[in-house]
Design a protein around this ligand. Structure first.
Ligand code: AMP
Ligand code: ZN
Length: 467
């Protein structure tokens, strides 16, 4: 398989550290708000990568962190603590907030057929590991204290800017928003390993440490969680393109300083989902969620199809029109797939031939749009019998996960639910909300929306209207 590696800026043949096995690390979500469909694009393409590696015969172990500590918008002791702001906004504790949005994230993933990683690790569960690694970095001379915080000293490295043969234009894309100046730093690129001096007096989560009561910096989380679960070598590290700098650059710096040898071989970055106004982002507000797409009458599989039609290394522009076109194409594709009669025997030679073409597309740096073309080619191939076509669609869908042959449960036609059924669903939603199971409450709302019933919450309870 050939994959583009951001580290070398080349398409390379993928060779794992240990033959037949892949250790894969994914930067997980920050959980102070719903994931937007841009975030979900990144996770969806990473899911395709994982599934294709499995399809190609590798044994994959995939690890994801959940960023539930902090989080400043940058490394300096400035910016806002988004978790704290979110908790205040929603009258929850920080941990309640994290749990709620973690559940909502995995509920969205499940709807999009994004497999749950083998290990999902909230950062709050690993603080001892962070402290241990920071202490070792300090012992090895890679850390210094300044202004109450512990910093990583990038001048001690033989090489820092690993991703840094960027062109100016790329750099703009590859840089996380809002990196501010911090006068405590000895070198421009130094970053915080441990904070004890926070400008947030009421910082919600703090731990005791050899450097005082405080909390870990942002980057140490991923290095430690990866090392803890995947050992000293990571084969593929994934994330959105904005993670390249400073996050991934700093992950490499501290992991390699700690381990004393190269750490991760392949870096897989997904380009952004943009709208006409620019990058979709959590902090800018007004972003689109999967639930909003569903409320507008779309299905998660339509969004998955929309994403698969473009290459992960191209920015994808979302507009109602481009999405509606993809949604339409998906519905047609699926009805054609379902109409294939399950008749005759599978023609093994034809099966192998078509499968090889599909694999060739995916081997070429995950060319998902060409892989989707393989699906169309199978459907229109007059020489293939029904059984062979169905077997191929099923086989490709192990990777594409588009539910091509899955019969939908008969959706009720608009207004097809009785009033009693709707009231029952409204009561179940109210009970779910009371139990703080907001993911379930949202699911019920989306289900009713799909059946043509819109809900409005009023001070006197929830009312419904048939669309
Ligand atoms: P966050 O929860 O903000 O840390 O983001 C979760 C993941 O989504 C990270 O891998 C980001 O790089 C990625 N991401 C953020 N914004 C976008 C976007 N507009 N399009 C695609 N991926 C994104
Ligand atoms: Zn990370």
């Amino acid at each position: 398989m050939k994959l583009y590696n951001t580290l070398t800026r080349q398409i390379e043949t993928f060779v794992p550290h240990e033959a037949g096995k892949v250790g894969m690390y994914t930067c997980g979500p920050t959980v102070y708000n719903f994931a937007h469909i841009g975030n979900l694009r990144t996770y969806l393409m990473e899911d395709v990568l994982e599934k294709y590696l499995r399809y190609a015969g590798y044994e994959v172990k995939r690890v994801m962190n959940i960023t539930d500590i902090g989080h400043l918008s940058d490394d300096a002791d400035s910016g806002e603590d988004k978790m704290l702001l979110g908790a205040r906004r929603e009258h929850k504790t920080v941990l309640e907030l994290a749990k709620f949005y973690t559940d909502a994230f995995f509920a969205d993933c499940a709807k999009l057929n994004i497999k749950r990683p083998d290990v999902v690790q909230p950062a709050t569960g690993c603080v001892e590991d962070f402290i241990r690694v920071i202490a070792e970095l300090e012992r090895k001379g890679y850390a210094y204290k300044a202004g109450g915080n512990v910093y990583f000293d990038t001048s001690k490295l033989r090489q820092y800017h690993v991703f840094f043969n960027f062109k100016e234009d790329d750099l703009e894309e590859g840089v996380r928003e809002g990196v501010e100046k911090d006068d405590n730093k000895r070198n421009k690129n130094d970053f915080v390993l441990w904070f004890t001096k926070s400008k947030f007096e009421d910082q919600a989560l703090k731990w005791d440490s050899p450097w005082g009561v405080g909390y870990p910096g942002w980057h140490i989380e991923c290095s430690c969680i990866a090392m803890k679960n995947l050992g000293e070598y990571v084969d593929i590290h994934c994330g959105g393109i904005d993670n390249v700098f400073p996050h991934h650059t700093n992950e490499i710096a501290q992991s390699e300083a700690y381990l004393g040898h190269p750490w991760c071989r392949y870096w897989f970055h997904v380009l952004h989902l943009n709208t006409a106004k620019g990058k979709m982002s959590k902090s800018s507000g007004g972003f689109l969620t999967l639930s909003k797409l569903e409320e507008a009458g779309h299905t998660p599989m339509e969004y998955r199809f929309f994403c698969l039609q473009s290459h992960y290394r191209n920015s994808l522009v979302y507009s109602e029109e481009t999405f509606a076109n993809a949604a339409n194409a998906y519905r047609k594709l699926k009805s054609r797939a379902l109409a294939v009669p399950a008749e005759g025997e599978v023609d093994a030679a034809a099966f192998a031939r078509c499968k090889a073409r599909f694999a060739e597309a995916m081997d070429a740096d995950l060319n998902t749009s060409l892989a989707v073309t393989c699906v169309y080619d199978v459907l229109k191939d007059k020489d293939l019998g029904g059984a062979t076509k169905r077997a191929l669609l099923e086989d490709f869908d192990r990777v594409l996960s588009l539910d091509l042959l899955k019969e939908e449960e008969k959706a009720a036609p608009a207004g097809g639910l009785t009033d009693a059924q709707i009231e029952e669903a409204i009561a179940a939603r109210a009970a779910a909300k009371k139990a703080k199971n907001y993911a379930e409450a949202d699911r019920i709302r989306a289900e009713l929306a799909a059946a043509g019933v819109a809900l409005t919450d009023t001070p006197n309870g929830t009312v419904f209207a048939r669309k």
